[in-house]
Design a protein around this ligand. Structure first.
Ligand SMILES: [Fe+2]
Length: 191
């Protein structure tokens, strides 16, 4: 079953007030909107990018810790197509590696294998980038990474993750032919 940006926004709005806090909802809206902007600039499907961005953290509706698997299973149970379920898994990991993540890596064999063998779509890469560029507003990836690193205990793969994040940003700068931050003039106010 297809998912639309309208329906995924409705799912987010329905969740308001029902979880520990609404921060993830505002963040998800930011990720979806930013993904739409990048997709449009690249001549891709803006609607699809927005939908995937809105839905990527939906697992937090059920549980914050472990939201990646929760989101994947939740959308599967509802009968949505793989591309929507998959983004719940892929958004947290770079370089086809479950160890390449902001949080402490943990071991779930299904997820490890999935991430290793999955060919990331351009849309999934856009969500990877936007997840690293959005709080409830668009900020530079560098600012967001420093913010996360300073708030959380560091794990041994943090430098590896930062390097891959910088490569991802460079990948999109090259695709666009200009700095991806140029698409978001508001970024300067958010520094
Ligand atoms: Fe996220």
């Amino acid at each position: 079953m297809k998912l639309t940006s309208k329906k995924s926004l409705e799912m987010l709005e329905e969740a308001r007030g029902k979880t520990r806090n609404d921060g993830w909802i505002n963040h998800s809206i930011c990720v979806g909107n930013a993904a739409g902007v990048i997709a449009k600039a690249l001549g891709l499907d803006e609607e699809k990018a927005k939908t995937l961005g809105y839905i990527h953290d939906i697992g937090k509706l059920i549980k914050f810790k472990g939201h990646v698997m929760e989101g994947y299973n939740y959308l599967k149970r509802l009968g949505y197509d793989d591309e929507y379920c998959n983004v719940c898994l892929t958004h947290s990991y770079l370089n086809n590696d479950v160890n390449c993540t902001q949080g402490e890596p943990d071991s779930i064999p299904f997820r490890t294998e999935f991430i290793k063998n999955h060919e990331y779509t351009i849309y999934e890469k856009i969500i990877n980038l936007c997840d690293l560029m959005c709080t409830s507003k668009v900020v530079t990836m560098e600012k967001r990474l420093i913010d996360v690193i300073s708030r959380r205990p560091q794990h041994k793969n943090i430098v590896y993750h930062v390097k891959e994040a910088l490569k991802l940003k460079e990948y999109f700068d090259n695709l666009l032919g200009y700095n991806v931050y140029d698409l978001f003039p508001e970024i300067k106010e958010n520094l």
